[in-house]
Write a protein that binds this ligand. Structure first.
Ligand SMILES: [Zn+2]
Length: 292
């Protein structure tokens, strides 16, 4: 039922696409957080293994039995069931223009949390969102998704949405050859779908906000709109919770998409800022929405 409601919600959101972008984008990309210290170094891992090959290897098919002239009994169940057809495995290409606004017009805000899930910070963010009945979008890294499939299921069960944030968070993604660019996107997608079969992944967010026509176009070809932001909370700078809060308060306009992080380093300040930001948003009359 929750998934059904999610699909209806998402469909409604698409139909009322009229979000107004919020304030001007701050220049520096999110993923410098990782370089700022304490973050996990994902750039060294060059993930090229094919998850598709893994899946097909694990799913033997029944071969005809020549002696009987009919199909042999089915083989023993595969260790991993094949993925059911899902939104992004039979992708419908979408527009490749950068999304920087919410799905609905009005006094809306889309909170986005990048680089997770993490066992330490994601549950704290989820608990805070629950307290204010706020829905958010989690831009997850494939490696993290594979490590914490339970957290992905919790995120979706609570009514939040998922965004593909690449397999290894390689900020050189814009310079990768096409095949590697595709696998950065599809491997993370497959990790998400393995954790939450059939879930919609409406967006892709490039690591570090590295956008080129190729990155945007490839994501769009897999049915994922390229998701940018209008407000960079700069939580990756770790300049203190008050500074994060002040930045969002100053830059947010109705229809804005706010960039924050629930992983990729110590996110204590993000959690502290969110503790104050959520009641402020409610008091300001903001409705929590998803990106366009
Ligand atoms: Zn990131």
């Amino acid at each position: 039922m929750a998934l059904l409601a999610l699909l209806v919600l998402a469909a409604t959101g698409c139909a009322t696409d009229g979000g107004t972008p919020g304030g001007a984008r701050s220049g520096r990309p999110d993923a410098q957080a990782d370089a700022a210290g304490g973050g996990q170094d994902r750039t060294g891992a060059d993930g090229a293994p094919s998850s598709a090959a893994d899946r097909s290897a694990g799913a033997p098919r029944a071969a005809p039995d020549p002696r009987l002239g009919r199909a042999a009994p089915p083989a023993a169940p595969a260790a991993e069931p094949a993925l059911p057809p899902a939104f992004n495995t039979v992708p419908t290409p979408v527009a490749d223009t950068l999304v920087r606004g919410t799905a609905s017009s009005g006094r809306t805000v889309a909170l986005t949390f990048d680089d997770g899930p993490s066992s330490e910070w994601t549950p704290q963010v989820l608990a805070l969102l629950d307290r204010y009945d706020a829905k958010a979008t989690f831009c997850v890294v494939g490696e993290q998704a594979r490590e914490h499939p339970d957290l992905l299921r919790t995120i979706v069960a609570k009514g939040h949405q998922l965004c593909d944030h690449s397999e290894t968070h390689d900020e050189r993604i814009a310079r990768l050859p096409q095949a590697k660019l595709r696998s950065q996107i599809t491997m993370a997608r497959d990790a998400i779908l393995k954790a939450v079969p059939g879930v919609r992944i409406p967006w892709f967010r490039s690591p570090g906000g590295s956008w080129t026509a190729a990155v945007r176009g490839t994501a769009a070809s897999f049915g994922m709109k390229p998701l940018d932001w209008s407000v960079d909370s700069r939580d990756w700078e770790r300049g203190g919770a008050d500074r994060i809060l002040a930045t969002v308060k100053r830059e947010l306009r109705p229809g804005g998409v706010v960039l924050m992080h629930d992983a990729g380093g110590d996110r204590e300040q993000t959690v502290a800022a969110l503790t104050k930001l959520l009641p402020w948003l409610v008091a300001q009359g903001y409705r929590f929405d998803f990106p366009a």
